[in-house]
Design a protein around this ligand. Sequence first.
Ligand code: 5GP
Length: 185
Amino acid sequence: MQQAASGGYRLGPELLTAAAIQARVAELAGAVSRDYEGLDRPLILLSVLKGSVSFATDLGRSITVPVNFDYVAVSSYGQATVSSGHVMLLKDLSMDVAGRHVLMVEDIIDTGLTTAFLFEHVQRHAPASLKLCVLLDKAERRVKPVEVAYRGFTIPNQFVVGYGLDFNELYRNLAAVHVLEPDAT
Ligand code: 5GP
């Protein structure tokens, strides 16, 4: 287990075990596969760098209909643990999504500002459909309403790391989701 302290915080207890995450990802992939069966072109899994990559990769591996992967990047929290509310597109779509079915794959929704921003952006490219699949939902923190088609877990308002989610670029490689705690030592 990695215990490195970073910026006054350290890795806290597991909130979701690796097994619980993998079981839920398999369920979500089953639902997505059923709902998108029979498309004439592959479903586009659009994930948000870097935090959603672990989730999108595992989800994509378990989906049984043809998929394409694409990635966008937005400005992140930097070294803070609370949202600044400002979202900026750092990397745009590389595929033409016009007329395609797109599933946006997000690691976590907090205020909803990032997702709402990205939804509006992708909608401007006229996809055939656009839905959202999110692993972790801090539902009580929502400022901007977003419609979640597939949800992994609703979690309390705690800053979490692991399974793609970072703090200062650390902890993305962990297979479980942990709470980040203040380092009192
Ligand atoms: P929102 O715009 O919904 O407030 O925030 C979404 C983004 O904030 C996520 O994509 C993620 O990058 C970051 N974020 C929100 N909550 C957490 C958290 O608990 N842990 C980590 N590592 N990032 C978070």
